[in-house]
Design a protein around this ligand. Structure first.
Ligand SMILES: *Cc1c(COP(=O)(O)O)cnc(C)c1O
Length: 421
């Protein structure tokens, strides 16, 4: 199946006489006839459902679809994008361990790693996403457990050289985890370029309708845990009668432990109803992403030629520093997120977004309605102009999240808003 067909057909496949549409199994628990058969599930001797914190049929069908879309052996859905990244890291890192991480990542993930994980005893070295092979390798220490980065970063739109990061990771016997939220598997499948684990804030384009907060972790099944230093996967787990994940679950060792240990203990599970909504979003993902890509590049080109615009940041523009990487990793398109700077600084930027009639001011990104955000007056309003520049958030910066409306109406709104300043 091609990726567009997988969006529609993968996951839930009804048997004879069953509902055509994925049913919502809104049940915390599942019934068994004998104590023995339920006991086997607790010992991980056979697969099955017993408690929705660990697994649920509705979520399970969506996990299967997402694993197919990314090309992995398994997927675990989580209650949010934040908890997906948390679980992906905690599955193989603990107090005393170290992480190498791109410094161009989502602010929430940056806080998670630099503040909360640090308090839990996990230290991180942040490196530039443009680092060459030797720089990446020199950041890796004997206790480094993984490298983390974002394919197309939120909000700075840097493009990760996945092959380069994967090679550095693998030569040092550690996995590469890539947050693929902005591209989605339609625009990039990081596993095909060497990433070992992929994460998502499904809250964004995957849902796309702005209705749910959810996350996903996908295991490529390609990383050989026995060659590195991952005793939690390669040595007996006392909480499952000495079971060894790599021996019992083979290629699915990482994602199985993520469910049976991390999900069991942290309880970051999604609601079955949210999984149902996510599935509906995924059914049109290929159509929506194509439109976001087309509208995104059209808006970037329009702004580029506008006399009142100072600069435009979009990796699909030829003068963008990430253009070559985008042509390699994001060939299908670079999504609908476009940043630009208005001549006249902070005050003019605020005027422009106040002038918009159809492009709403919201903190969210990556949904089917066009929206905008002026970080200097909202998310970063406590910073002075000097501090904003240091943080790379210029006072004139407007972040647009271009939706799937008709491009003529989007450009008309930009046009009228800019004409009034
Ligand atoms: C939004 C986002 C997250 C966090 O997701 P939530 O669902 O808001 O918890 C993580 N990574 C990226 C790249 C994001 O854009």
């Amino acid at each position: 199946m091609k990726i567009g067909t997988k969006c529609v057909q993968e996951g839930y496949v009804p048997k004879d006489g069953e509902p055509r549409v994925l049913p919502i199994y809104q049940s915390t628990t599942f019934k068994y006839n004998t104590a023995e058969s339920l006991g086997d599930l607790f010992d991980l001797k056979k697969p099955g459902y017993f408690y929705t914190r660990l697994a649920n049929p509705t979520s399970g069908f969506v996990e299967k679809k997402i694993a197919e879309l990314e090309g992995g052996v398994g997927c675990m859905l989580t209650a949010s994008g934040q908890s997906a990244n948390l679980a992906a890291i905690l599955n193989i890192a603990q107090s005393g361990d170290h992480i190498v991480c791109s410094n161009s990542i989502y602010g929430g993930t940056f806080n998670l790693i630099s503040v909360s994980l640090k308090k839990m005893g996990i230290d991180t070295t942040f490196i530039d996403p443009t680092s060459d092979y030797d720089t990446i390798c020199s950041a890796i220490k004997p206790n480094t457990r993984l490298i983390f980065g974002e394919t197309l970063s939120n909000p700075t739109l840097t493009v990760l050289d996945i092959e380069n990061f994967a090679k550095a990771a693998h030569d040092n016997h550690i996995p590469l985890i890539v947050d693929n939220t902005f591209p989605t598997p339609i625009n990039c499948r990081p596993i095909e370029w060497g990433a070992d684990i992929v994460t998502h804030a499904s809250t964004k384009y995957m849902d796309g309708h702005g209705t749910i907060v959810m996350g996903a972790i996908i295991d490529s099944g390609n990383f050989d845990w026995t060659k590195g230093n991952f005793p939690e996967l390669t040595e007996p787990d006392p909480s499952y009668h000495g079971l060894i994940y790599t021996e019992t679950f083979g290629k699915a060792a990482y994602i199985t432990k993520c469910v049976t240990a991390v999900m069991r203990d942290l309880g970051i599970s999604p609601s079955p109803f949210n999984s149902f909504l996510l599935n509906m979003g995924l059914e049109t993902l290929h159509l929506r992403m194509k439109r976001h890509n087309d509208n995104g590049i059209a808006v970037a080109k329009y702004l580029k030629n506008h006399p009142k615009v100072m600069w435009v940041s979009y990796p699909g523009l030829e003068d963008n520093p990430y253009y070559d990487l985008a042509q390699k990793y994001l060939k299908e398109g670079q999504s609908g997120v476009v940043s630009f700077g208005v001549k006249g600084g902070k005050e003019k930027a605020m005027k422009v977004i106040n002038n918009f009639k159809m492009i709403y001011i919201v903190t969210h990104v990556a949904t089917l309605t066009s929206s905008c955000l002026h970080p200097a007056s909202t998310t970063h309003r406590q910073l002075s102009d000097e501090q904003l520049k240091e943080a790379g958030i210029l006072p004139e910066l407007i972040r647009l999240s271009i939706g799937i409306e008709d491009i003529d109406d989007i450009i008309a709104d930009l046009d009228q808003a800019l004409s009034l300043i």
